[in-house]
Each structure stands twice: as C-alpha cells, then as structure tokens.
Design a protein around this ligand. Structure first.
Ligand code: NAD
Ligand code: 022
Ligand code: ZN
Length: 375
C-alpha cells in the first residue's frame, strides 16, 4: 500500500517527504498506523552521516505512538485497534538476555534490526521497486509502519498519541536511568549533566525517587528555569566554575561528619566524553555511581585515573533506561495519565510531516526540548 514518509535519501541531505510502498505484516509482525512521532538526537546523528553503521536510503524515527491496523499470522498479544508504542529495544521474554533478568538488551532480533531489516531478513518498505531500510526496528517517520510483535508495547486507549510518543525514547530513557539503572533511593544527592530532552527526564525521575539534592549542570543558562520546572534544586553553569567544576560540585555535596563531598549518583546526558569523566569524578568516594546515557561520537573513548574506581566509584551505562519495553512502557504511560510525571511542557514544538526538516533545524539551533510530528 502507499504511505507517506520522510525518506533519508543520503547522509547530510534533508529528509524527502514523499509516497512510499509498504507491504503488509508477515508472521509475528503487525502493521501500525503512526499517529505521532518525536524527533530524537539519534535520528539526527544517523542522518548527518556521523553513525558509520547508518544505512541509506531509509525511514528514520524511533519515538512513535499509534494504532494496530493489521496483524500477521501467529500474532497473539496484539489485535487490530490496540494503541501501541514501538520499541527500538524489543522484549521477547525468551532469549538468554531477557531470561537473565540482568539486562533489557533483548537479542532476539538484534542482528537484522542493525541491518535495517525485519527478522526474516527483508524490508517491508520500498520506493518505485527499490528497497528502503527500516531504522532501529521502528521507522516512525512514516504514517504506517510494520513492526515485530515483540517490539510493540500495548498502552491504554485514553493516552494522547502526541504526548506519549515521547515515552518511546526520551521519557523512558531518563526516568529509567534513575529507577532501573541507578536505583536511586530517597534522600540521595544527584548531579545531572546536560538539561535537554533526556536530562530533564532524569530530573523528574530523581524527583519521583525522592532525591534530596538535584544539581543540574548545563552551559546554557536558559536551562536553569527548565530544570527547576521538573525538580532541580541547584544549577551550575560550567562556564562560571571553570576548571574547578568537579571540586565545586564535590564541595556542594559535602554531607556528614567527615565532610567528604561527591554525589551519590551522577548522570551524563550530553554524549561528551569530557563531561562523562567529570560526572564520574563528581561521585562520592566509596559508593558514588555515574550513569552514562549520552551517546558519544563514533570512535570516542572515555578516560579517568583508575584511582577513581579503586576508591569505590562505579561507572555504568544504560540503553533505553534499562526498561523492558512491553512490561515497563505501559506503566510509564499510566504514570503520565495519573499525573505522576509530566510530558506536555517538554514538547515545545509540533509540526506536520511535511515540515519535519524544521524539527531537525530546531534541534540544531538548540531551540527545542522536543519536536513532535503529528500525522
Ligand atoms: P539535547 O541536545 O536536548 O541536550 C543536551 C544538553 O547538554 C543541552 O542542554 C546542552 O546545552 C548541554 N551540554 C552540552 N555540552 C555540555 C557540557 N560540556 N556541559 C554541560 N552541559 C552541556 O540532547 P538530549 O535529547 O537530551 O540527548 C542527550 C544525549 O542522550 C544524546 O547524546 C542522545 O543521543 C542520548 N540518548 C541516549 C539514550 C540511551 O538509551 N542511552 C536514549 C536517548 C538519548
Ligand atoms: C536513542 N538512542 C539515542 C537516542 N535515542 C539510543 C541509541 C543507541 C542505544 C540506545 C539508545 C543502544 C545502546 C546499546 C545498543 N544500542 C546496542 C544494543 C545491542 O547491541 O543489543 C542500540 C540499540 C538499537 C540500535 C543500535 C544500537 C539499532 O536498532 N540500530 C538499542
Ligand atoms: Zn531517541
């Protein structure tokens, strides 16, 4: 069938909004009508050509929400009419990783997903007979897409698509990093580096976890108000602290009789490897945990002195906030609907698919927290 899509034709070129062809769902697949999709950094990273594994031509987008319109043979967990969020991290519940209970990184369809293909090794998208690649198993920059059943979370039907699409990546990543990866306890001190679409969700995750002191760090002073809006208690601009940023943060977090500073938890939400080092070193000796969320440029490396780890700091990383999508995403939608978490104010811009390139421009300019395409 014909569908409308924004096609990534080549690295560095704007998306081309056009009509493409989509095949129906095969066994264990579903077709979803995408109602809304967020625009996230990794779409931009791939489009720019910065990702050496990026494939073209392709249909990008991985932060969507929509309705199941067709199911292939063998599908049991979904039916026509179900409201859903696509998952770039699937949850098969039967692979060794899912069964381990130690990771959310399901391996069931990992190889084909990375090749921009469905699990049977083929693509459902084409244009004038020429194959188009899927992207992160989602391809939400099309008004219809086909997904493996295990890469779809069923959500309640009263949730607004133009808001809960953000749970498909940014919200779950930020909140999940706090609750699943760091497992922050009430009363903790925390530092969040980078107050964009991810960092603000880390902040609201910390508020949910009842953290005591939530320090936000950003080069942009406009982010102070943004952070405070979601529970940040202190703001630091590294430009003011200069080379002394880490000692400054350690000093701010001094507690207890011995007056040893350092945060219980720190989060990198920048993707900058120098910031990742600062985040580790701003942790408390003996128990501080630093979580890397930001995705660094291809080939980048992190460094610190081993002494930092020998003295009991822990360096961790997280993908999709450690969330098991089919299990956790519907719960986060409930939290939003119950007013436990906020999403609306972070969606600063919306646009029709025809204007999707404007969403990328807003992200480049640092003017948006999140742009959402509404179909
Ligand atoms: P964003 O551009 O909206 O926010 C980044 C913020 O960092 C900006 O406010 C910027 O001013 C600030 N910043 C930049 N350099 C800084 C520095 N040296 N010190 C302090 N602040 C600095 O980006 P985002 O949407 O919030 O995404 C953040 C990162 O998270 C990206 O790298 C993205 O790819 C990654 N991400 C990872 C996952 C995952 O599962 N691990 C999921 C989603 C996004
Ligand atoms: C989402 N991300 C950044 C912004 N929005 C993002 C990017 C990559 C990952 C997670 C979130 C990620 C971390 C670890 C992996 N990926 C590898 C997972 C594995 O090997 O099992 C990752 C994921 C999907 C894809 C590539 C890398 C893909 O589909 N191409 C989860
Ligand atoms: Zn994303």
């Amino acid at each position: 069938m014909d569908v409308r899509a924004a096609v990534a034709v080549a690295a560095g070129k704007p998306l081309e909004v056009t009509t493409v062809q989509l095949e129906g769902p095969k066994a264990f697949e579903v077709m979803v009508e995408i109602k809304a999709t967020g625009i996230c950094h990794t779409d931009e990273f791939t489009l720019s050509g910065g990702d050496p594994e990026g494939l073209f031509p392709s249909i990008l987008g991985h932060e969507g929400a929509g309705v199941v319109v067709d199911v292939g043979p063998g599908v049991t967990s979904l039916k026509k009419g179900d409201h859903v969020i696509p998952l770039y991290t699937p949850e098969c519940r039967t692979c060794p990783s899912c069964l381990s209970r130690k990771t959310n990184l399901c391996t069931a369809i990992r190889a084909t997903q990375g090749q921009g293909l469905m699990p049977d090794g083929s693509s459902r998208f084409s244009i004038e007979g020429k194959t188009l690649h899927h992207y992160m198993g989602c391809s939400t920059f099309a008004n219809f897409t086909v997904l493996p059943e295990i890469a779809v979370a069923k959500i309640r039907e009263d949730a607004p698509f133009d808001k809960v699409c953000y749970i498909g990546c940014g919200v779950t990543t930020g909140i999940g990093a706090v609750l699943n990866t760091a497992k922050v306890e009430p009363g903790a001190t925390a530092v969040v580096f980078g107050l964009g679409g991810i960092g603000l969700n880390v902040i609201q995750g910390l508020r949910l976890a009842s953290a005591d002191m939530i320090i936000g760090v950003d080069l942009n002073n406009d982010k102070k108000q943004w952070g405070e809006r979601f529970g940040m208690t202190h703001f630091v601009n590294p430009k003011d602290a200069g080379a002394d940023l880490v000692p400054h943060l350690v000093n701010m977090t001094k507690r207890g009789a011995d007056q040893i500073g350092g945060a219980d938890y720190t989060f990198d939400c920048t993707g900058n490897v120098s910031v990742m080092r600062q985040a580790l070193e701003a942790c408390h000796r003996g128990w501080g945990v630093s979580v890397i969320i930001g995705v660094a440029p291809a080939g980048a490396e992190i460094a610190t002195r081993p002494f930092q780890l020998v003295t009991g700091r822990t360096w961790k990383g997280t993908a999709f906030g450690g969330a098991r999508g089919r299990t956790d995403v519907p719960k986060i939608v409930d939290w939003y609907m119950d007013g436990k978490i906020e999403i609306d104010p972070m969606i600063t811009h919306t646009m029709p698919l025809a204007d999707i390139n404007k969403g990328f421009d807003l992200m480049h300019a640092g003017e948006s927290i999140r742009s959402v395409v509404i179909y």
